[in-house]
Design a protein around this ligand. Structure first.
Ligand code: COA
Ligand code: MG
Length: 290
């Protein structure tokens, strides 16, 4: 799996020059430059050109850069790829992916261009077909990550928005499972009420507890909460260190298990503990580079 942190992935409409400029100083682990639903129909062409110029000229530092193009079933998708390819994007985020064939078609186009030899593909998981095909989509060529499109999913399902996201759980878990089976990054959907900090914090915690790497965001005010919730906190780091120390001690005595805080610690817990420390270190490095 990509060892870069993806705690926060901020959407920025490709039409908003000021917001893109601002993003160069924001604490976003990743930026999703959007040409799809955040850009109005009559701004599509201008946004595409502006975004290609911005990506080619502006320095976004260590932030991961994804470009969400329009689907190839729209009148803009082909032109988006044509223009964005010239800016050697590190990843293309394809919306409304239904099957592995959608990814293969894009991968073939990337294969055909020297500028996009290294470009990875991310998939928006936001249709019923996509959720059912999650495993084969995750295994398709160039795939690096899933982004949950929970607004589109809610629209497709006809479900209600609930604080516990009960209607969303099957899709979230099916996609997460598929992503993990292939070692992909998995980023949770957006929280629409961008002024509601408590609601955002609770939804981030739910996504984190499910296993997501981070959350997609729509406003800079959401960054600090996602970054905090998806980072190992001091207690988690302390526990990981104590588990490793206790396990080393047990091993030295010829024992296969240790006990920390009244709970058993086995080999597999040590794998998790080391991941916690590695994530904390990767986050610290990223913050230093910003
Ligand atoms: N990325 C970077 N900067 C952003 C931003 C974003 N997504 N959203 C807002 N900002 C900036 C604004 O440019 C403004 O900066 P400034 O005052 O220095 O010029 C500052 O943050 C405050 O913005 P604010 O006035 O609170 O918000 P707004 O009314 O301009 O915009 C939204 C609100 C929701 C329309 C806007 O945040 C947005 O377009 N978000 C992304 C939507 C999107 O991409 N959706 C697709 C996926 S769901
Ligand atoms: Mg969508």
């Amino acid at each position: 799996m990509d060892s870069r942190p993806f705690r926060s992935a901020l959407y920025i409409p490709g039409s908003r020059e000021r917001a893109m400029e601002k993003a160069r100083g924001l604490a976003a682990d990743a930026i999703i430059f959007d040409l799809e639903d955040a850009v109005a129909v009559d701004e599509k062409a201008a946004a595409r050109t502006l975004l290609a110029e911005t990506l080619a000229s502006a320095d976004f530092g260590p932030r991961a850069k994804l470009v969400r193009i329009n689907g190839f079933d729209t009148e803009w998708g082909a032109a988006d790829l044509e223009v964005i390819a010239t800016a050697t994007p590190e990843a293309i985020l394809l919306p409304k992916v239904n099957s592995a064939a959608d990814i293969e078609a894009l991968a073939n186009q990337l294969d055909a261009r020297p500028e996009t030899a290294e470009t990875r593909i991310w998939a928006m998981m936001e249709t019923p077909q996509g959720v059912f095909n999650a495993a084969s989509i995750a295994a398709a060529p160039r795939m690096a990550g899933f982004v949950m499109g929970t607004n589109d999913l809610a629209k497709e399902l006809g479900c209600r928005f609930r604080a516990d996201r009960l209607p969303m759980q099957f899709a979230l878990q099916a996609c997460l499972m598929a992503a993990r089976a292939e070692g992909l990054v998995a980023v949770d959907g957006v929280y629409n009420a961008f002024k509601d900090e408590e609601g955002l914090r609770a939804e981030c915690a739910q996504g984190r507890d499910l296993g997501f790497d981070g959350k997609t965001l729509i406003h800079p005010a959401q960054l600090d909460i996602a970054n905090a919730v998806f980072a190992p906190d001091d207690a988690a780091i302390d526990l990981a260190r104590r588990q490793i120390a206790a396990f080393d001690e047990a091993t030295a005595k010829g024992q296969g298990v240790a006990v920390v805080d009244g709970k058993i610690v086995e080999n597999l817990h040590i794998v998790t503990a080391r991941q916690v420390l590695a994530r904390a270190e990767a986050i610290a490095q990223l913050q230093k580079a910003m």
